[in-house]
Ligand binder design. Structure first.
Ligand SMILES: Cc1cc2nc3c(=O)[nH]c(=O)nc-3n(C[C@H](O)[C@H](O)[C@H](O)COP(=O)(O)O)c2cc1C
Length: 345
């Protein structure tokens, strides 16, 4: 529900509140400029359990979160709190921007230490059937959490409860996770084109070959992609202005070295003029004596298959003669003109 450009909040609905409550809360959130993703519980069915031993697990939740186009706030009630907390532990800030727990029914020995201090957390108790023990435990364990009690012991009519509840929630969202209006940039100029292309996140490679005198040459390139499996072809685009473009056009063989997270210095070295690229980087002769960078995440040793015209670049297509990779290393990434790091292994 709501506009796809608005920041998202995922509601893990729980039958401790009626489906009307969740519907009205969703409407209030949409009016406040939030996009709502509802994970409903089927009426008349027992509550889906999100503890790790049940049908839904924190892994299911993580899979749902990771498929959303933007990181949402995660809201969970009752005994869904355990799985929600678990799902955003450790690398949770990569999946969610905040966590809201309503009357969390969570065991006091639950391990919540992985929830990062940077993740805003709101704990709400007293919204109809509160669970003060769960809230107290979480408030003690998550020092960054804000804890709010609605009604302070007074029984509230459902509608008042909803109003009080959405006011607390929306205030938290506005303060801690303010909306920012999307600002699409549009244009046909070179700067806009470069910046738009920079939105395509890539790995980083260093292309290597030998020049006519047998000396190793290489340059950093992220314009790498696979082309065909049968025959095994890949390509990279090299600026005609680069010092090594002629070498790559005429070299019978070349290699693509896919860089791991620790090879950022090599990437910088192979993208700057005047650096002793091979002197300062471990490398070794590979198939047909083609230079390959030692310890890369992956290496593709290729025979030149074709060279095509591509405006101010050449499109170099290689046929892979040998591939190797080390599955336990993390890739170096490049996005919007900056090196990025994500740990997968
Ligand atoms: C992350 C990154 C990716 C790059 N990708 C390419 C590319 O795909 N093709 C290209 O020609 N240059 C690319 N460059 C720029 C070259 O690495 C740079 O111009 C290099 O200095 C060329 O070296 P040379 O002129 O000595 O051959 C990239 C640079 C960086 C930092």
């Amino acid at each position: 529900m709501g506009h796809p450009d608005d920041p998202a909040i995922v509601l893990l609905e729980h039958p401790q509140h009626s489906s009307g409550f969740w519907e009205d809360l969703s409407i209030a959130l949409v009016k406040a400029g939030r996009q709502v993703v509802r994970i409903a519980h089927a009426e008349g069915h027992p509550a889906p359990k999100l503890h790790d031993t049940d049908t839904y697990t924190s892994e299911t939740l993580r899979a749902i979160l990771s498929q959303l186009p933007m990181r949402p706030v995660l809201l969970a009630a009752g005994d869904h709190a355990a799985a929600a907390t678990h799902a955003v532990s450790h690398d949770g800030a990569l999946l969610a921007t905040g966590l809201v727990l309503i009357a969390p029914d969570i065991l006091p020995d639950a391990d919540v230490s992985g929830v990062q201090a940077s993740l805003p957390v709101l704990l709400i108790a007293g919204a109809r059937n509160g669970s003060p023990a769960g809230v107290e435990f979480l408030a003690r364990s998550l020092t960054q959490a804000e804890a709010v009690e609605i009604g302070a012991g007074e029984p509230l009519a459902a509608v008042e409860c909803l109003d009080a509840f959405s006011a607390v929630l929306i205030d938290f969202l506005e303060r801690r996770l303010p909306r920012s209006t999307p600002e699409y940039r549009l244009g046909s100029d070179a700067r806009t084109l470069r910046d738009a292309l920079g939105c395509f996140a890539t790995g980083v490679t260093i292309l290597t070959a030998r020049d006519g005198a047998g000396l190793p040459v290489g340059l950093t390139a992220n314009s790498f992609t696979s082309v065909s499996l049968d025959p095994p072809l890949l390509l990279a685009c090299i600026a005609k202005s680069s010092a090594s473009s002629e070498v790559f056009q005429s070299a019978e063989r070349f290699a693509v070295n896919v860089l791991h997270i620790g090879q950022q210095p090599a990437s910088i070295r192979f993208s700057r003029r005047g650096e002793d690229r091979f002197g300062a980087t471990p490398w070794e002769p590979g198939l047909h004596d083609t230079p390959v960078l030692t310890g890369s995440l992956a290496t593709f040793e290729c025979a030149r298959h074709a060279v095509h015209e591509g405006g101010d670049h050449i499109i170099l297509i290689g046929q892979v003669e040998r591939a190797r990779f080390e599955p336990r290393r993390d890739p170096l990434l490049y996005f919007r003109g900056k090196y990025r790091r994500l740990h997968f292994s």
